[in-house]
Ligand binder design. Structure first.
Ligand SMILES: [Zn+2]
Length: 111
């Protein structure tokens, strides 16, 4: 039980300075399975200003967004419409939802 200076994570990070340039990597959690990952390893879902909800793989569209991971074991088809509506604070039309879930599942299987 070596209690050297308190936080063992800080000690580990200190040992890695110079390898990683010490940059903070922002992480987001997956809407479906809840796993946390760096933003660029997730696909973004965004509610645009006109009220439509789309997948935004580049992560650059303006609007309120949430994320889903690219893990093959994460079943994107189980994404719940009501939960997404709540998170994005918008209502998703039937057509919009059908297109969205299709593109989400397609993206998840091709990459
Ligand atoms: Zn996931």
């Amino acid at each position: 039980m070596a209690e050297v200076g308190g936080n063992p994570r800080e000690a580990a990070n200190a040992g890695r300075v110079g390898m990683t340039r010490g940059r903070h990597v922002p992480t987001r959690s997956c809407m479906v399975c809840g796993i946390r990952a760096p933003k660029r390893e997730l696909d973004r879902i965004v509610a645009s200003a006109d009220g439509c909800v789309w997948i935004d793989p580049a992560g650059k569209m303006p609007g309120r967004g949430t994320y889903i991971c690219k893990n093959p074991s994460c079943d994107r088809s189980t994404l719940r419409r009501g939960r997404l509506e709540y998170t994005l604070r918008t209502e998703i039309s039937d057509d919009n939802w059908a297109q969205l879930i299709a593109s989400i599942v397609a993206l998840g299987t091709t990459s």
